[in-house]
Write a protein that binds this ligand. Structure first.
Ligand SMILES: [Zn+2]
Ligand SMILES: [Zn+2]
Length: 327
């Protein structure tokens, strides 16, 4: 099979011909139909996450069809369309796993980070962490739901039920969360890179009540804000934008350092929290909600061999919505 492989941190991905992976016990193998490009992939390629082992095939928003089933797998049939998300494995034994918080597992595995992911023609996965996707919807348009959508959903739930919701960084996650939040009857305030008028227009087209630069004050106090951009300086800005008792959720896996700020910015029972990974229940909940609410990803397709171009466009903020690799 062909795969785009990270062979050294910071290096471009290399197109490699590899032997087809075989599914082990409890695993399925899928023929990849689409794999979304997530900001976390940039953090992997750039070595911003701990303990990256190379070579590794990135990619954790995989849509594909089961083409081989390992021993001991139940519930999946050949040809079935499935989604493979970031959460690739959990231990099932640690205090977090045993209390319904497998997203915080002490010994997890992650697709495209600790095990090979979907920037390839074939990928294997622990079947227990794959989601059946059914036949409705386009492969490429479903792919971003598997991380941008799922972790976006977890961050939206974590934001509480306030009506006025700020979204900092209007990329793949925010453009899906905006649709979900609108379906819940909330009003969206989209904060983009200063001067990024294209992203602001995109946000308004998805129903944002207001869109502006992250250097602008919110037009009214927000009930909650979610930060998707990996920019620590946005944390005090978002805290200033939320009302007393409001909450700021940091949704990314990596962020630049947060600058110090006066305590008054946090005071008034404002809360600052982070969101990590996903649980399988998050996935089931969100995929059902997305289908009912008609949430659709806006995608830019790249051939698999142009993964480096897709990553560069994401890094430079040159695309609206989500980049997706297709074979
Ligand atoms: Zn665990
Ligand atoms: Zn991701």
């Amino acid at each position: 099979m062909r795969a785009m492989v990270l062979e050294a941190v910071g290096a471009p991905l290399a197109l490699r011909q590899r032997s087809d992976p075989e599914p082990g016990r409890g695993e399925i193998r899928v023929r990849v139909a689409a794999c979304g490009v997530c900001r976390t992939d940039l953090h992997v390629v750039d070595g911003e996450l701990p303990d990256i082992r190379v070579p590794i095939v990135p990619g954790h928003e995989i849509v594909g069809r089961v083409d081989r089933v390992g021993p001991g797998v139940e519930g999946f049939s050949l040809g079935e369309r499935v989604g493979i998300p970031w959460l690739g494995h959990t231990c099932g034994r640690c205090p977090y796993c045993r209390s319904g918080r497998e997203n915080l597992c002490d010994a997890p595995g992650f697709t495209g980070y600790t095990r090979d992911g979907g920037y390839a023609e074939l990928a294997t996965a622990d079947a227990r962490y794959a989601f059946p996707l059914g036949e409705a919807g386009d492969d490429a348009e479903l792919a971003p739901l598997l991380c941008a959508g799922l972790i976006g959903w977890r961050s939206l739930c974590k934001a509480g039920e306030g009506e006025r919701l700020g979204l900092y960084g209007f990329g793949a996650a925010a453009h899906l969360v905006a649709q979900a939040a609108k379906a819940q009857g909330r009003r969206i305030f989209a904060f983009t890179r200063p001067g990024d008028l294209a992203a602001q227009t995109f946000a308004r087209s998805l129903g944002a009540a207001w869109a502006g630069g992250s250097d602008e004050p919110a037009p009214e106090p927000l009930d909650a804000a979610i930060i998707y951009a990996p920019v620590g300086a946005l944390v005090p800005e978002a805290l200033k934008a939320v009302r007393k008792g409001g909450r700021v959720v940091c949704a990314g896996i990596h962020m630049s350092d947060i600058p110090s700020f006066p305590y008054a910015v946090l005071w008034g029972e404002r809360e600052l929290v982070s969101v990590a990974n996903l649980t399988r229940q998050d996935g089931l909940d969100f995929l059902a909600f997305a289908e009912t609410a008609g949430i659709r990803a806006e995608v830019v397709r790249y051939p698999l061999v142009q993964a480096n171009e897709a990553l560069a466009d994401l890094r430079e903020g040159r695309l609206q919505g989500a980049a997706v690799l297709v074979p």
